[in-house]
Design a protein around this ligand. Sequence first.
Ligand code: KIV
Ligand code: ZN
Length: 515
Amino acid sequence: MSKDKLIIFDTTLRDGEQSPGASMTRDEKIRIARALELMRVDIIEAGFPIASEGDFESVRAVAEIVKDSTVCGLARAKRIDIERAGEAIKPANSGRIHTFLATSPIHMEHKLRMSPDEVVEAALEAVRLARQYTDDVEFSPEDAGRSEPDFLCRILEAVIDAGATTINIPDTVGYNVPHQFGELIRELIERIPNSDQAVFSVHCHNDLGLAVGNSLAAVLNGARQVECTINGLGERAGNASLEEIVMAVRTRQDIFPCDTTLDTTQIMNCSKLVSSITGFTVQPNKAIVGANAFAHESGIHQDGVLKSRETYEIMRAQDVGWSTNKLVLGKHSGRNAFKTRMSELNIQFDSEEDLNEVFAAFKALADKKHDIYDEDLLALVNEATFEDENESIKLVSMRVCCETGEIPVANVTLNIDGAEHHAEASGDGPVDACFKAIEKLTGIGASLQLYSVNAITGGTDSQGEVTVRVEKDGKVINGQGADTDIVIASAKSYVNALNKVLHDGGRTHPQLGDV
Ligand code: KIV
Ligand code: ZN
């Protein structure tokens, strides 16, 4: 008997971006969307078009570029949101509008201040309006996990009649537990008379660490779409992690009556890309994509795996894209080898000039560092992208003096709007001195919220990748920089963040507004 298809709806670019500090630029979203499409994700929720001009443009750009996946825009159950989402997804080969309205007593009474009848009416109007833009309309009763099943049955039957083709049941606050959430899905599908005219979907948050468990329980009870994010990124404790859902279903085909059509070998690429763009590093013991996910430390395990892999491994590392031979290029590698590896990593250059720029950076790095790994190449691409986007401030040069017992001093030269400026500052340490010199020159006054350094690869010659998070006028922005010298990487990341402060617009949070 052939199995059902489990639809994978990725919301890294929308709910994932709602993680405090995970905001992404339009170009970053395009890079992630391309990687998701290559992995054959069915639906990419690209953003919340009404939130800001930047969000609208990102959804539109993703809709223009992505050809194989459906591109979705989120909208509250409001005319203005739906019109904006409809406009944003217009260029897509296949576009979806996802509209939502809260249905739990607590949300209806305190947040919406609407009666249940008014909520049903607003949901129907939203779905009917969305259908004027596309035949592919998803409706979510927000906080369904704390809503009354009777009311859910009433409103969902009505929105399916009005044209909703996907019904998504969100556990918005991560309150549910697997057996009960699974039963809720079964009950809704059984009791709603026209449930066969829509795909039932789930969207689980991880506040109690149960997002994946709840999603899988729902699949066992009839859900055929799961909403999830790369690395489990998302609001608060995050969403269900895409890689865990997909690999659980793939690995336990003896239990699941469905499977996805994802190319799982792309999982690691997506994970690394999202982590490097957002600065949210993956914990080493994270399932599937953590550095230790396939590492065997104890002698007994190593012995067992060497004798027969199945003794301790339930999946093959290469099936999720862990490469066994990570060394890719070195000082003597030519332009062709470089270009080939880049395209294997799904990195496309818009022009020969862009390719030449990154190739020159690769040669400079290869002079300093003997072995160049995939992670180094991704960092080089990040840097080049940053330079294209952010024209106002560029790091020209820097010199930092540190000595035991002395106060560190940094001399920094920046190019600001085409003119070079120089400043000197001292600080608690070399990075502090450097950031102070940059602040003297730019006067932006952003406050630093996070500073983190990671070695991109192993060894003392590894590049350090620095992520900074700054806040200015309520906007929280990430910056990244990489270099074999971590103080220079720090300066690059700070300059990158400041450029984004100057060039990115603010945004509204989808679940904050009323209807
Ligand atoms: O968590 C939630 O309820 C959401 C909805 C917009 C689906 O993100
Ligand atoms: Zn959510």
